[in-house]
Structure formats: C-alpha cells, structure tokens
Design a protein around this ligand. Structure first.
Ligand code: CA
Length: 417
C-alpha cells in the first residue's frame, strides 16, 4: 500500500511518523485543560472531542472521546473501530469535502502535553524472545539452553498496572533487597544494575468471559493496537528475589509506554509470520494468522548533559518466537477473563547479532563487557541522569508507521531510613 495523501501537508512526507496511513490514538491537554482523546496526523493532533461535538464522527456513543483514555472506544468493538478509522481517513484525506469543518479542530503537536492513552486494566509481561532467553541462560546459568518449557509455553507473569507510565515520565532508581554471591546476608539500597527491556505492548480491546477459552485467531481480533514498552528492570533485585517465583520488585517500580496506540488496522500491511516451530506446539496454540509485525526498533542512551543520544541497539519485532495473539490465547486458556485495556508485554526483543540485543544486561554481558557512548563515557548499566529512549516504525512504500518515542530519565533513588 502506498502513502495515502492528506490535506494536512506535514503528513505527506516519508519522515513523519504520523501519515494518514497511521492515525494513532493518544490523549492530550493544552495548558491546564482536561486531557481528552486525539489522533495524530503529521505535526498536528485532531481534537476528537471537538470534532465529535461538531457532528463529524457519527459513532453512536456520546462523549466517548471527551475522556482521558481510549477504553470506552475499545469497548465498542471491532466494527466500530473499523467505522471510526474509515471516517477519520475520509475526513483527513486530500480532497475531503469536510476539510473546512475539520481544520478548526487541529492543534499543533508541539503545543500539547501527552498523557497515558489508556487506563491499563491489568499488565502481563511475557518472555517470548528466543535470543533473549538464550542470552539470559548463558549469562545466568552458563548455558544458552532454553528452559524445558520454553518452546511449548509462552511464559509470562502478572505485573503491575499501577506503575505503567507514559513516555516522558521520570523514574527514581528503585531501592530494594539484594545479595552479592559471596555475601553472608542480603543488603538494602538502590539497585546497582538498573536495566531496560525493549518490548512491544499489545493492548486488548475486547474482553473475554471468565471460564471461556479463546482461540489464537479470536485473540488476534481482540487486539486493539500496539505501543512501545520499556520494562525497566533492576537485575540485582530480580536475581535475589525470583527464586522460585517470578519477577516482583525487580520489575514493579515502573514500565514506560509510548504515548500513541498504533492500531492493529494501521499495522495490517506489515504482518510477519512467527519463525518455524522448533517443537510442534500443542494444537490450542496454533492459529491461521501471521501474528508478528515487521517493526524496526531502536534503543538510544543519553547521559545527563550530553548533546545527543547514542544508538545502542537496532532490531525488529519480527524476531519474536511467540505472537501477541498466541500469548493472549494462552493467557485465557484456563478461563482467565481478559479485559479491555489489558496490556501484554511481548518480552525482550533481541536479534541474533550483538547489535540487536534489547537489554543492557545482554549488551554488557552482565557487566563484563562495558560499552562506550558517543560522549566517550562507558556504561554497563544505567546511571542516574541517563535518558533511555525506544523508537519504532514500520517502514512502508514512501511512508512510515511510527510510534513516537518511549523515553524516560532515571532520577537518584529516594532516601529511605
Ligand atoms: Ca520483560
């Protein structure tokens, strides 16, 4: 599919993340106005509450956009999602009969504050990157062999929705309990091994019922859209606490997402298959759709005071072993009800080459191989004042489907007696 042209001329370049082909959903405010729904187009944002109030949208749900989240629109279901996207495309396309009516409801992106685009109902994080799992095995256990269940189960854990934050939110270095291998007793204090995890987040748009399993194909249709997701991780806290249960305080202090929900509809031309199965999956995990997407991803690090960021990693979401639809199917298979607004982290995305590793514990091989930034400074993990940024885009014919940056700066740990 080629670039679709808009009368918003800034949307017609091959460098904007937000051409007419994209139409991602966010939440914005101007000054001290109440946050409300908006759609990005070029360097502008369409005020959805205003354009709906003007009678230009016509979906049968009053005030679904005059809210600081997109959950009410999600709950209207896939038919309404498709109608809404078609109507927005019509309104913003080159030659639209409604240009003069829509134009007053556009605001410059540069003038707005962006907020969380959804109310996160619950947050689950998976572990679906084969190279990442092999790297972590090599680092932690001295062998790249996968855990015995890994090729059979999309492994995950239930995380915290309360600490999912929008890009641009600074986070304090977490305090916690750690134990050095040669120490007799654990100690308390700020993590010394603060890390990122490069992930995609899938957003569930339609609920499933308690006690009712879903198929992979049904799960695929339930996904409203995707965001970039940084699963900040305190490796030393995680390493001490996870035996025998999964991640807890090593992960619970913060998860950042990009401010725009890129819809599954916008990503449709970029579908990619999961790789050949190394072990045959149990039948319930087999679907008929290509559940991954060809999305180019990048991680950048910028120390406090540096005038530019250093690119650390470049990889692609199509590297994953399990798709979000397979993960969602597995999540519900025992009868767990899924909600509109549930967020599913993909797991760390790492490609086979070292330049494609999606976490610092892999890039620095658990601190044994420091890396050098463009400023000349070296790092193994994150230091106070460092800003970490995830970027992603699906690259089309003369256009790209961008996500907007997912960024966060690490502040010093809070003092605790
Ligand atoms: Ca993770």
């Amino acid at each position: 599919m080629p670039l679709m042209k808009s009368w918003v001329t800034s949307a017609n370049s091959d460098t904007t993340p937000f051409p007419l082909n994209n139409l991602p959903y966010g939440v914005f405010s101007i000054g001290d106005s109440d946050p409300r729904c908006g759609v990005a187009i070029g360097d502008m944002i369409l005020d959805m509450a205003a354009v709906e109030e003007a009678g230009l949208i016509g979906i049968d749900e009053d005030d679904a956009f005059d809210l600081p989240f997109w959950n009410d629109v999600m709950e209207l279901g896939p038919d309404v999602w498709a109608t809404l996207r078609a109507r927005l495309t019509e309104l913003l396309a080159e030659g639209s009969a409604d240009q003069a009516l829509v134009e007053p409801h556009l605001v410059k992106l540069a003038d707005v504050q962006l907020h969380m685009p959804l109310l996160v109902s619950e947050y689950t994080d998976f572990y679906a990157g084969r190279q990442h799992a092999a790297n972590m095995g090599a680092i932690l256990r001295g062998s790249p062999d996968l855990p015995a269940n890994w090729l059979h189960i999309p492994i995950g854990y239930n995380g915290r929705a309360s600490s999912v934050v929008v890009s641009g939110t600074d986070l304090h270095r977490p305090n916690g309990q750690t134990k050095a291998p040669d120490a007799k007793m654990p100690s308390f204090g700020p993590t010394k091994r603060l890390d990122i995890e490069l992930e995609m987040g899938a957003i569930v748009g339609t609920p499933s019922k308690l006690g009712q399993p879903i198929t992979v194909d049904e799960a695929d249709k339930m996904i409203f859209g995707y965001v970039l997701l940084n699963d900040w991780s305190a490796r030393d806290i995680q390493g001490w606490e996870y035996q025998p249960l999964g991640p807890f305080q090593g992960k619970a202090f913060g998860t950042s997402i990009s401010p725009w929900i890129v819809t599954a509809a916008a990503l449709e031309p970029f579908r990619a298959p999961t790789p050949a199965r190394e072990k045959e999956l149990l039948p319930y995990l087999n679907g008929t759709v290509d559940g991954l997407y060809d999305i180019e991803l990048e991680v950048l690090m910028q120390p406090n005071g540096a005038d530019r960021a250093t690119a650390l990693t470049k990889t692609n979401y199509n590297r994953m072993y399990y798709s979000a639809a397979e993960q969602l199917c597995h999540h519900a298979i025992g009868g767990c009800a899924m909600n509109a607004g549930d967020l599913l982290g993909s797991g760390t995305i790492s490609g086979p080459d070292k330049s494609e590793y999606g976490s610092l514990v892999e890039v620095s091989w658990a601190g044994r191989e420091p890396f050098t930034l463009d400023t000349g400074e070296t790092r193994t993990f994150i230091e106070d004042g460092d800003t970490l940024t995830l970027r992603g885009a699906a690259i089309g014919d003369g256009y790209q489907i961008g996500f907007g940056d997912c960024t966060g700066t690490i502040l010093p740990a809070v003092k605790h007696p």
